[in-house]
Design a protein around this ligand. Structure first.
Ligand code: FEO
Length: 171
């Protein structure tokens, strides 16, 4: 059994991960409008990964006898004025998600819930990668995005990203 507070925090994180998927699909919609299909693809793949994150936590809760609930998912409401804007919003969002994971980890530590701490270790590592990926995208855009040829090449690079289901879902 899980401590009720930790179960609630994890259930809320399921919602936040699904919101992340919504957010990144919204970014993909913006890039589709802008004719940047590589950026669109990158965020569509990212949205699938976010759904995986939600499913991993959902399964952990279920494996621990918790009935998962699905409160409404918030509507992404960001307006973009430049191609770099979603990339910056993405990094900001990942930093926020990292803080949420840290909060749950901290609550698990206080409750001596070593099982949840061990479960969250994967997310702690994943967040390092998520923030790095978001930061790398900003750097590349700053370097190449203002030149049409550079933007074209970057778009082609992002078009090559493919979705692979998380290993956590295969276990
Ligand atoms: Fe689910 Fe992008 O962290």
């Amino acid at each position: 059994m899980l401590n009720q507070n930790i179960a609630d925090m994890l259930n809320d994180q399921v919602n936040k991960e699904l919101y992340s998927a919504y957010l990144y699909l919204d970014f993909a919609n913006y890039y589709a409008d802008e004719g940047l299909d590589g950026f669109q693809n990158w965020y569509e793949v990212q949205a699938k990964e976010e759904r995986d994150h939600a499913m991993i936590i959902r399964r952990y809760l279920q494996d621990n006898g918790v009935r998962v609930t699905f409160p409404a998912i918030a509507e992404p409401d960001k307006a973009f004025h430049a191609h770099i804007d979603p990339l910056k919003a993405g990094l900001e969002h990942e930093q926020y998600v990292t803080s949420l994971i840290s909060d749950i980890y901290s609550a698990a530590f206080d409750a001596k819930d070593f099982k949840t701490m061990q479960f969250l270790d994967w997310f702690v590592k994943e967040q390092v990668e998520e923030e790095k990926n978001a930061d790398d995208l900003i750097k590349k855009m700053e370097l190449f995005g203002s030149d049409p040829k550079g933007l074209y090449m970057l778009n082609q690079e992002l078009l090559a990203r493919v979705y692979t289901p998380s290993t956590m879902l295969a276990e």
